[in-house]
Design a protein. Structure first.
Ligand code: GUN
Length: 310
């Protein structure tokens, strides 16, 4: 990349579409060859507004590719014992190939207990310790949707991974940790940084591939980005202040109009204005990583129904 050009866009929407098309074809084939309709049950406990929207989107996306999707809505007052009973019933239900218990759960229910109750062969979130262990050991199993989607995003854009130095910023069980092990599986040299890493820039500026999943708006800036690096931004934060929007997006009329007319725009963990003129590739927010998570969930559900995780 020449110094004057802007970063190329890692197109999450196009990649998600490619995943969905492949899953739709796979569902049709599984139905035709073995008479199996993949079944996904999403369990939503309580009425968390964001969770309700996520679950609706998951349900709609699943139905669109030929997955039989069921949303089980349980009241906020559901006890841990009751939820464990529901999970046990779904473990035994032959029409349910994938089980997803939407997080966060109401206070009083221990997430760990619930995740560990899910049959690992139906754990399409890849959160069960058996699947975590399988990923670390390099064995086939279910992998969390966001990091798995990111690997597909990089492949879709023919980004070479073997031998590259990847720095993952963030160590959550949902993104950072599984991302690091997936990149290791792709033969990257992997460094994991996090909120307590001193001199983050010293590590990040050496990265050929930088994955930002630390949950801090605009944290990664020019000093963190090696010229020409591939930058994947997993963060999502709402920007409501016009001056803050200008810092992130300069005079971008679309972003400014969003703040003025709709009250907000979004920004990731990467400073977009600085990254655009420094990185070689950049995933935008929105339209980068976001669309991949649900698409990968559909892929995991098909895999669960076909009975062959990789
Ligand atoms: N809440 C936010 N993201 C996720 C996810 O990927 N899976 C589940 N089950 N809950 C979530």
């Amino acid at each position: 990349r020449t110094g004057a050009s802007e970063a190329r866009i890692l197109d999450g929407e196009a990649t998600a579409r490619a995943i969905r098309d492949e899953v739709a074809a796979g569902c049709a084939l599984l139905e035709f060859e073995r008479g199996i309709t993949p079944g996904l049950t999403v369990v939503l406990v309580g009425a968390d507004a964001a969770s309700s929207i996520y679950v609706k989107n998951k349900n709609r996306a699943a139905t669109a590719v030929g997955i039989r999707s069921t949303v089980l809505r349980l009241p906020e007052s559901t006890t841990e014992a009751e939820l464990l009973q529901v999970v046990t019933r779904l473990n035994r239900d032959p029409a349910t190939h994938g089980i997803l218990v939407q997080l966060p759960l109401p206070t009083g229910i221990r997430e760990r207990r619930v995740i560990e109750a899910i049959d690992p062969t139906k754990d399409v979130d890849g959160f069960h310790p058996v699947n975590v262990g399988r990923l670390v050991a390099g064995l086939p199993g279910f992998v969390p949707c966001t990091p798995a989607g990111i690997v597909t995003l990089l492949r879709h854009h023919q980004i070479p991974l073997a031998g590259r130095h990847a720095v993952v910023v963030g160590r959550s069980n949902i993104v950072g940790k599984p991302m690091a092990f997936l990149l290791l599986r792709e033969d990257c040299t992997v460094t994991i940084c996090h909120s307590k890493t001193p001199d983050l820039a010293a590590f990040c500026s050496g990265a050929d591939l930088l994955v930002a999943a630390v949950g801090r708006a605009g944290l990664l800036r020019t000093a963190h980005i090696k010229p020409g690096a591939v930058v994947v931004d997993v963060g999502i934060h709402r920007v409501t202040d016009e001056a803050v929007c200008r810092d992130y997006y300069g005079d971008d009329p679309v972003r400014l109009a969003a703040v003025r007319e709709r009250g907000s725009t979004l920004v990731g963990d990467v400073h977009p204005r600085e990254a655009r003129i420094r990185a070689g590739w950049l995933s935008p927010v929105p339209g980068g990583v976001g669309p991949l998570t649900i698409a990968q969930l559909l892929a995991n559900t098909l895999t669960a129904a076909a009975g062959s995780p990789s």
